[in-house]
Design a protein around this ligand. Structure first.
Ligand code: PBG
Length: 322
């Protein structure tokens, strides 16, 4: 059968028809909201390259967390701006570190919101790299130990999920073992399994004050040209015990999200990163794109490609629209 008997446009004729046959819909519980926590009180400092996103002191973070909870958002993921940095990134695994204190404070104020800890060193190291630097290179194996310490301290503070974002080899297995050894065998790991060395992290590095002071992250994050390698990275993390796998960034890597969903039977998360957010907001501010529609279409595309969870700076704005 074909035209004129078949007319695809019949099912597009009204909002009610379109709604009835829509294949993908968004829910607030699809979203994870990234938040940046800093020292001080009453601090709410807007990030210039990410309008409507703030560096927040813990009291302000709690306000955001409560709002996210009331909107039905799945969870928040926390990034910390420590008081001081050192080459070993000790702020990442200090029991009274900024994120550890933030987790404790938020967990005592909300019940129905996942508090996810980003586990990485780059916000805490003076050189801004995601690991221990030896001879101008990030040393893989000595970094694992530091990441494991960070994960355990975050779990001890009450984090619901540990999310390693460093891209060291073997970190999921090392973190799993350390968590289990410390009685946190019930704490899931959301691994940034396929994380690319992307220019779209630019605005985040202002937000988290985590730009590398020399070189770049290409010796540990993935080459944007590679698809098969992503499947291999994900398979390794699954073998090591990842509970949820993440692809990052999202929209420029929808082929990876799609394949991850087809080939693995774990929940798939995708991170709509800072640069993806900033591009849309900047275009909207110039009057070149409609913000609400660009936001909705971008998130729908990510979900349609296969993401079960979407980390997005639009979480609150999108949830309010739904
Ligand atoms: C830390 C980390 C980064 C992001 C999330 N975790 C930065 C990076 O790898 O340079 C980026 C998030 C974003 O751009 O929104 N390793």
């Amino acid at each position: 059968m074909s035209f004129p008997t078949v007319r695809s446009r019949r099912l597009r004729g009204s909002p009610a028809l379109r709604r009835a046959v829509r294949e993908t819909s968004l829910e607030p519980s699809d979203f994870i909201y990234p938040l940046f926590v800093c020292p001080g009180e009453g601090v709410r400092r807007e990030i210039s390259a990410m309008p409507d996103n703030y560096q927040l002191s813990i009291d302000q973070l709690i306000v955001e967390a409560k709002e996210a909870e009331s909107l039905g958002i799945a969870g928040i993921i926390l990034f910390g701006l420590p008081e001081s940095k050192d080459p070993e990134g000790s702020g990442a695994y200090a029991d009274d570190g900024i994120v550890q204190r933030a987790i404790r404070a938020v967990k005592s104020e909300v019940n129905d919101l996942l508090v996810i800890a980003d586990t990485c060193l780059c916000e805490y190291t003076s050189h801004g790299h995601c690991g221990h630097v030896v001879d101008n290179d990030v040393d893989n194996d000595s970094t694992l130990e530091l990441l494991a310490k960070a994960a355990v301290s975050q779990a001890r503070a009450g984090a619901d999920i540990i999310a390693p974002s460093d891209m060291m080899d073997g970190r999921v297995g090392t973190i799993r073992e350390a968590l289990d050894d410390h009685g946190f065998e019930k704490t899931p790991i959301l691994s940034y399994a396929a994380k690319y060395a992307s220019v779209f992290y630019g605005p985040f590095r202002e937000a988290a004050d985590s730009a590398p002071q020399f070189g770049d992250r290409r010796s540990y994050q993935m080459d944007p040209a590679n698809q098969r390698e992503a499947m291999r990275e994900i398979a390794l993390d699954v073998e090591e015990g990842a509970d949820i796998i993440m692809v990052k960034p999202a929209m420029p890597y929808l082929d990876i999200v799609f394949r991850a969903k087809q080939e693995f039977d774990l929940p798939v998360a995708a991170y709509q990163v800072s640069g993806e957010y900033s591009m849309i907001v900047a275009a909207a501010r110039n009057g070149w794109l409609d913000l609400e529609r660009a936001m909705t279409e971008s998130l729908t595309s990510i979900k349609r490609a296969g993401a079960d969870l979407i980390l997005t700076y639009f979480a609150k704005k999108m949830a309010k629209r739904l």
